[in-house]
Design a protein around this ligand. Sequence first.
Ligand code: KDG
Ligand code: MG
Length: 403
Amino acid sequence: MTTISDAKVLITCPGRNYVTLKITTSDGVTGIGDATLNGRELSVASYLRDHVCPLLLGKDPSCIERIWQYLYKGAYWRRGPVTMTAIAAVDVALWDIKGKQAGLPVYQLLGGAVRDGVTVYGQASGEDIPQLLDDVGRILDRGFRAVRAQAAVPGVERVYGVPDGGRTGEQAGGGRPSVEGWDTGRYLNWVPRYMATVRQEFGHGFHLLHDVHHRLTPIEAAHLGKSLELFRMFWIEDPTPAEDQEAFRLIRQHTTTPLAVGEVFNSIWDCQYLITERLIDYIRTSVSHAGGISHLRKILSLAELYGVRSGAHGAGDLSPVSFAAALHVDLSVQNFGMQEYMEHLPPYQDVFKTTWTFEDGLMHPGDAPGIGVEYDEEAAARFAYDPKYLPVNTLADGSVHDW
Ligand code: KDG
Ligand code: MG
């Protein structure tokens, strides 16, 4: 019987910190999974190294669901971002191995492609409206059919989605977390103004998205949704902190702007209420933070019953391994909605050799056996781990607000 003969954790920082699990079988097949949890990387690395890798040795790598249940139920302590990111890394590595053993890309193992390609949204941002318009134009010129628009808010020093000094999407920094000020009133006044100019300038022939990043109260989110209705958003994302799921009922009663949530969810239990009560339109759980391909498929099957579509988180702090894994899932589920694409920072490609393609706004994971990403360990060793934190938000009185 083929068994798992090695499982090791690799940490590298080619532009950004990534934690990768590499599993090797007794007949020499390797598979990789993403174990990155932005700003808390070493906790997942330790969870894997100290508690999971030793348990994998000698197990049959073909039993993906059985190993998943063993790690989930066997830990006794369930769910949570650290546990579920670690289990996701094992799950994706095992799907990678299964694909390589079968000589098939993972999406074929998941039932095959139900679409020709995966619609991804690009990221547009600007320090002011002209810069945002330039950026939206740049994204559309590259062929994207969907654009997320985020602009700086006058009077607010830094806002989510408008990266300092560039268009890279990097938000984390070294040292202690930077502190950003927040002002809900200014934000609520400004967003409809810039969405109006985006639609005036570029029309309605593409999908327009926006990430609120958990910052509003339910009634403020309802107001924002209403004020954006004319611009026919594809979604507003994370309008409120989603621990309070009943809040979505209030938002929904007031607006027809579609709602997306879920990038900080880790399990189907976090999604169940919002899906079964039809309080959201898109569920944004990712492969790497919600238990891997196996668990994400269950979430999406539940969602399909209730007309909720997928909208997977695809920020650059999810490694190319989980991005590729997401493309395999997106290609193979009927209720796909949209995939986030935040391009990874160079020199990521020195370490992660990918096979995905982008053409005319659609992405495809490629047809290499497995996930379609190879990890260059020699190159990775050149980029030492570089501790970084996401910012925190405060209000004018110094109290901490959601970031
Ligand atoms: O690490 C946190 C990021 O992944 C998150 O801030 C990105 O909200 C995000 C998004 O929608 O991409
Ligand atoms: Mg988000």
